[in-house]
Design a protein around this ligand. Structure first.
Ligand code: FAD
Length: 412
């Protein structure tokens, strides 16, 4: 029997790849692998510049995963047969520059710099002129900045393509269909099927995997008197069953439909511009009109501008307003962006959790969760895969407690 990975986004594919490398038999199930949030993501590996005052656990997880990225990228490139090594997934390490315009922004940056220094994070406070020396295309109105030289980024679309190639070379089966339910040892036949709710028109118009669940509540959320049986496999669309020694649930924003995990979709619109010459050499972030915006340059001249954060359920429409705000704010940081070609606009669904920390680890017999990575799934993919594959030891192993499902009580 095999270990079944439900979901082939950056998390599910990374987990499957590490398990397969360790010689464990795995199967991935996903109707649209490498789609989902991973297709939308900018790919920043930026635990330092993304730090907030209340998210120290996330910072610790992010720093540990960032340390893993160079070896992860190099091994992945070798396994996928990419001749250019880690550059094949566009791993870049030039750091992130957080810039400020007004007096309030500068004061906030000073405060953040002090907080980061207290945590021992390597950041450098720069004047406006120093910022423009590093990035000449920055607006003249930029008055200061904070350089997080250790932050990095990758191209998530190249990462998932490489993961799929590596899995194919290892002959890992990829089942292109949807999982409708987890099979449990004590599951009375037909219980889940009877309780299935219909797709909403919104689900269908957004092209989402269908949501299953007992009427009136999300599948997996159990009443106190229901016993959680051992998970023995998954039921596929059409009714076929796939038995498994372990099921790894990595279905991103859709995870709550299959198990009682507190994961919700957080919409992000993001656009990709194209220029003959790269406009920037490092990631640039800033707060414009009170909303954060970032620009991520790729080696091939692509410039990613992101991203909105919207609590709109399973809505993946790209809106005129979202596009307008992103371009307006990006132009404040780098006026030259308006000259670039608009290449791509998408909306993705981040798998958000109540504390913004992912949910990774065993959740009962036969079930492992690898979900809820919210804004940082690309960054956290190497660490998540290592934790699930049992490759993380020592200090890293200790981080498992930070993202353990146990912090939310019993998961069905
Ligand atoms: P997903 O990539 O969403 O994959 C889930 C997969 O599960 C999908 O392929 C889906 O088809 C499949 N699935 C769902 N239901 C079922 C089912 N019933 N049966 C089988 N398969 C199913 N993170 C960063 O680290 N850095 C960034 O710069 C960054 N930028 C982002 C920008 C935007 C606009 C967005 C939206 C996200 C960004 N993120 C970023 C977050 C990151 O994209 C996510 O955390 C990450 O992609 C989550 O990966 P995942 O594999 O869990 O989910």
């Amino acid at each position: 029997m095999v270990e079944v990975i439900v979901g082939g986004g950056v998390i599910g594919l990374s987990v499957a790849w590490r398990l397969a490398r360790a010689g464990r038999p795995v199967t991935v199930v996903d109707p649209d692998p490498a789609g989902g949030a991973s297709h939308a993501a900018a790919g920043m590996l930026a635990p330092v510049s993304e730090v907030t005052y209340t998210e120290e656990p996330l910072l610790r997880l992010g720093l540990a995963s960032l340390r893993r990225w160079p070896a992860f990228a190099a091994e992945l490139a070798a396994d996928a047969g990419l001749p250019e090594g880690a550059r094949g997934v566009d791993l870049r390490t030039e750091g992130t520059l957080d810039v400020a315009f007004g007096a309030d922004d500068l004061a906030a940056l000073d405060e953040l710099a002090a907080f980061m220094e207290k945590l021992g994070l390597p950041v450098e406070r720069l004047t406006g002129r120093e910022c423009r020396r590093l990035e000449p295309m920055l607006a003249p109105s930029v008055r200061g900045g904070l350089l997080a030289a250790g932050d990095a980024w990758v191209d998530p679309r190249r990462v998932t393509a490489a993961l799929l190639a590596a899995l194919e070379r290892r002959e890992v089966p990829l089942v292109r269909t949807r999982v409708t339910a987890l099979l449990r040892e004590d599951e009375p036949a037909g219980r889940v099927a009877r309780g299935r709710r219909e797709d909403t028109p919104e689900d269908r118009s957004a092209g989402l995997p269908r949501q299953d669940g007992p009427e009136g509540r999300v599948a997996g959320l159990r009443h106190a008197d229901e016993a959680a049986g051992r998970v023995t496999g998954v039921r596929l669309e059409g009714g076929a069953e796939l038995p498994a020694t372990t099921v790894v649930l990595a279905a991103g924003a859709w995870s709550a439909a299959l198990a009682g995990v507190p994961v919700r979709p957080v919409k992000g619109q993001i656009l990709r511009l194209r220029s003959p010459q790269p406009l920037l050499t490092r990631c640039v972030r800033g707060s414009v009109h009170g909303s954060p915006v970032y620009l991520v340059p790729r080696g091939d001249g692509e410039l990613v501008v992101g991203a909105t954060q919207e609590e709109l359920g399973f809505d993946t429409r790209v809106t005129a307003g979202g596009l307008y705000e992103l371009l307006r704010d990006a132009r404040e940081l780098v006026p030259g962006v308006t000259e670039l070609e608009l290449a791509d606009v998408v909306a993705g669904l981040r798998p958000g959790t109540p504390d913004n920390v992912p949910i990774v680890g065993p959740a009962g017999d036969g079930l492992v969760l690898a979900t809820g990575h919210h804004r940082g799934g690309v960054l956290l993919a190497p660490l998540t895969a290592a934790l699930v594959a049992g490759e993380a030891g020592g200090e890293e192993g200790g981080l498992a407690a930070l993202c353990s499902p146990a912090r939310f009580g019993e998961i069905a």
